[in-house]
Design a binder for this molecule. Structure first.
Ligand code: HEC
Length: 119
């Protein structure tokens, strides 16, 4: 294996292959997420996918207030521009589709509905 790295030409080939692999993996990462379809989606794409992948949105779930805080943080620290009248639409979208999911478990059965315990 080592002899493959000793050869200068071979090393270039390896470097090119690694670079290709790296780019391909980054590319596929960027395409595996899908933002929820919605009439307000174009606003979210316009304002929220310029600096980072939309997967940062799909990987997160927050309350409306949580999203607003994240937006304010990006505006303060990361150079996100004011969203103006689009802010309402963007927040509506985020709240509609990326709200914290309530637990999938059903509520506990009320005690009076449970079978009587054997003594
Ligand atoms: C001007 C650039 C910019 C724009 C536009 C932008 N963001 Fe961000 N955002 C950032 C940066 C920088 C980070 C930090 C990335 C990191 O930690 O790797 C970030 C992080 C995030 C995170 C992760 C926060 C966390 O706590 O981990 C979320 C969620 C997010 N952005 C959502 C949004 C949404 C929603 C919008 C549209 C309203 C948006 N971003 C638009 C720059 C931007």
């Amino acid at each position: 294996m080592i002899f493959l790295l000793k050869n200068r030409r071979m090393r270039r080939v390896w470097a090119a292959l690694l670079l290709l692999l790296f780019c391909a993996s980054g590319w596929s990462q960027g395409t595996t997420f899908k933002l929820a379809e919605d009439p307000d989606l174009p606003y979210v794409i316009a304002h929220c996918t310029a600096c980072h992948s939309g997967s940062l949105i799909t990987q997160n779930r927050m309350t409306r207030d949580g999203w607003l805080k994240t937006i304010r943080w990006m505006q303060k620290e990361q150079g996100l521009w004011p969203l103006g009248e689009h802010e309402e639409r963007v927040l509506n979208y985020l709240e509609r589709h990326y709200f914290p999911q309530t637990s999938g478990r059903r509520k506990a059965i009320a005690p009076h509905l449970m079978p009587k315990q054997n003594p």
